[in-house]
Write a protein that binds this ligand. Sequence first.
Ligand code: THG
Length: 283
Amino acid sequence: MQTILRSDTVEVKISTEGPVVIIGEKINPTGRKKLAAALQEGNFGYIQELAAKQVVAGADVLDVNVGVPGLDEVMVLPQVVKAVVSQVNTPICLDSANPAALAAALAVTPGKPLVNSVNGEETSLRAVLPIVKDRGAAVIGLTMDEKGIPNDPESRLAIAGKILERAARIGIPTEDVVIDPLVLTVGADSNAGVVTLRTIELIRREFGVNISLGASNVSFGLPDRQTINQALLALAVGAGASCVITDPIKLTGTVRAIDLLLGRDLYARRYITHFRSRPKEND
Ligand code: THG
């Protein structure tokens, strides 16, 4: 199954057959004081720099999240999207829980963006799916609902099914819904990794849709986060994930290695190209 995203000039295919599509996560002020300050001051130059660095590092798509407490997302999300698309050619992943901000940003985003996200809550389904349909966008469906994030893979699968059904009912094609099995930190619950991996297997088998996950969530609060993130990426892609929201500066090499090991990189071309072109590692 293929989910096609577009900017004005570039098409990105998320495919269940791989290779893995990388959504750069760094335009997100959670835990990043400098970015939060830049957003509050309207210093979009710093955000454009973050955009360019991620693309050079291998991001196929850029996630844009402006969630700072007190900031008007309806106003700022479209402004930041405009600043980012004037700098880079990648498709955009609009990351907000606020449907009004998503709608405002969709109106200024070129091509076919990915809306991040809808979930199984009735209020979310009713608010988000129509704007995705109207704009002909694709959408990420989170496997959570009114009762929160279930602890068992079967309940997460059921929520994925509900989201796919509701999307189909209003005319969003199944291939334009990417399911996120949700990753919680193994620092809080050592079973969290297993539940996510099992959910990926079930969704892949039951629905055959593309699966995206935010790999960095898994390591919150633990030392040497990158090692855990790398291990999760390999296991998740092995289980059937086709798209990751992650830090391309730190993790593109790992993703290229995973594709190579899964037989998706003829003559190791992409792996080698990545290491030839790699800029010096920094944030
Ligand atoms: N699924 C979907 N969307 C998502 C997530 C998901 N969007 C947000 C998040 N999860 C993915 N993005 C991030 C961005 C940053 C971090 C983790 C996930 C992160 N930041 C460091 C911190 O908070 O300590 C600080 C920044 C840094 O040092 O780079 O870990 O699961 N659909």
